[in-house]
Design a protein around this ligand. Structure first.
Ligand SMILES: C[S@@+](CC[C@H](N)C(=O)[O-])C[C@H]1O[C@@H](n2cnc3c(N)ncnc32)[C@H](O)[C@@H]1O
Length: 449
């Protein structure tokens, strides 16, 4: 039986621990905060959408979907409302605490005319789309319909199916007892409190509907149902999404007399959810959103994939645990899938990851986290001008040490253990200096940055 090891991280979102990888899936200071800080904010989507209407994202190691959901949330909350909803129109937004409120761009103009305006502009969104170009500058009032395509890959179907249900708003309470791997997890939990952010229910609804569309078997998956209904895991899943799932399931049931009663009860419930569901569906119509979930090894998926992506989120377990997704050969494969102005983002700062990206032909830069005041990741690009923080002299020096020896996987089929063993041999037989010796020498001359 599949086991989950969830815990609340410091921003109130749920993090997971993997006993097999002996690694955490998400940072303990905030799973959701981490997604924003390491993937969404450094990608600078505001800039991207200032001259593009289409985006293709590859989410490698989807897990429970924080990176995809954070992107959709950011797009929906910020970019969609700022760019695609005209300034003087009146739109209805809902907050996640179940209160409806109105977002008014022009507070003096809230009247039926504005409601008409919204409808009118929505129509414009669809018409313009017919003559859409890839790089569309919006200098006039006619705004093209945004097109979003996300391909998400993970080997773990259960996690991917559970992704729309994960709770992302409850604050971690210290008095809550962690019942498994307690010592290990508690050691990891730091006392930094992050911003309380939450994925909107619409995003989860949209994601779940997309998953159901391509993987209808989720509705009859006994394991998923058992997780969602188990009292052990209940608090890690959104109650609203659990009820929504039960409702979707009830729609596929053949009606026995007992089911009729439950269908009747669901219909009562439907009155409650339908408003929200309709909003989510309306957003979906305006968005032209495509979501493909591939349950397989990322190497295998990409070997037969013909798409070119604008952004790649690489969120594999650490290189020492899952080297197969950090090899120079895998990065070469990613190179062939990246747009000339595209960007790969990852949380790893490791020297051998950066040297592998360079060897595969990318320009490499660092991700600076303003909140933490430090560098917290790496970006790889084909267009050097996209790099905001270049590798320093110190970083480049480190790449030439043993720490900069990258992992290899020539046929893209190697097992992690074999890749690690070959790497160890490469390091042992190398004549390069060790990173510790390099750091000592460097400290004598300059202070590392
Ligand atoms: C650090 S977690 C990713 C967390 C995820 N981004 C999230 O938001 O929950 C790493 C993920 O990599 C997946 N994984 C491990 N090996 C893989 C492979 N060869 N191809 C695709 N996914 C893999 C695991 O199933 C796990 O979900």
């Amino acid at each position: 039986m599949y086991e989950l090891y969830p815990y609340f991280t410091n921003d109130g979102s749920v993090g997971l621990f993997s006993p097999e990888a002996d690694d955490i899936y998400h940072s303990t200071y905030g799973a959701l905060t981490e997604a924003y800080e390491k993937f969404i904010l450094p990608a600078d989507f505001d800039k991207y959408f200032s001259n593009h209407n289409k985006i293709k994202i590859l989410d490698i190691c989807f897990g429970i979907g924080y990176n995809t959901k954070s992107f959709l949330n950011y797009f929906y909350e910020k970019i969609f409302h700022e760019k695609y909803i005209p300034q003087n129109c009146y739109i209805e937004k809902i907050d996640t605490d179940n209160n409806t409120y109105n977002d008014t761009r022009d507070t003096n103009n809230i009247n039926s005319e504005n409601l008409h305006h919204e409808h009118h502009n929505t129509k414009k969104l669809s018409t313009k789309n017919e003559n859409d170009n890839d790089n569309d500058n919006d200098n006039d009032n006619l705004i093209s319909k945004p097109e979003i395509y996300i391909k998400a890959i993970d080997t773990d179907k259960t996690l991917a199916f559970l992704s729309p249900f994960i709770m992302t708003g409850k604050r971690f309470l210290r008095k809550e007892k962690i019942k498994f791997h307690q010592e290990k997890i508690e050691k990891m939990l730091k006392k930094i409190s992050g911003p309380k952010i939450k994925i909107k229910d619409e995003i989860n609804i949209i994601l779940l509907l997309k998953i159901i569309e391509k993987h209808p078997e989720i509705l009859e998956d006994a394991e998923i149902t058992s997780f969602l209904t188990s009292s052990k895991y209940r608090r890690y899943f959104s109650g609203y999404m659990r009820r929504f799932f039960a409702f979707k399931k009830s729609k596929i049931c053949k009606y026995t007399p007992l089911r009729q009663l439950s269908a009747y009860l669901h219909n009562i419930y439907y009155r409650y959810i339908s408003k929200r569901q309709k909003r989510a569906l309306n957003t979906l119509k305006m968005l032209d959103f495509n979501f493909e979930l591939k349950i397989d090894d990322a190497r295998k998926v990409l070997l037969t994939d013909n798409d070119i992506y604008n952004f790649v989120f690489l969120d594999a377990f650490t290189p020492a645990k899952c080297p197969c997704l950090w090899t120079v050969d895998f990065f070469r494969l990613l190179y062939s899938h990246l747009d000339n102005d595209g960007m790969i983002l990852t949380y790893s700062n490791a020297a051998n990851i950066r040297s592998a990206f360079l060897e595969a032909g990318f320009y490499v830069g660092k991700i600076y986290n303003e909140h933490a005041g430090k560098f917290t990741g790496t970006i790889a690009v084909k267009n050097k001008s996209l790099i905001k923080n270049e590798l320093s002299e110190y970083d480049l020096g480190l790449l030439k040490t043993k720490a900069g020896i990258f992992y290899r996987d020539e046929n893209l089929t190697g097992q992690n253990e074999a890749i690690i063993a070959a790497h160890e041999t490469d390091v042992e037989t190398s004549t390069r200096i060790s990173s510790s010796k390099f750091i000592k020498q460097w400290k004598k001359i300059k202070k590392p940055d």
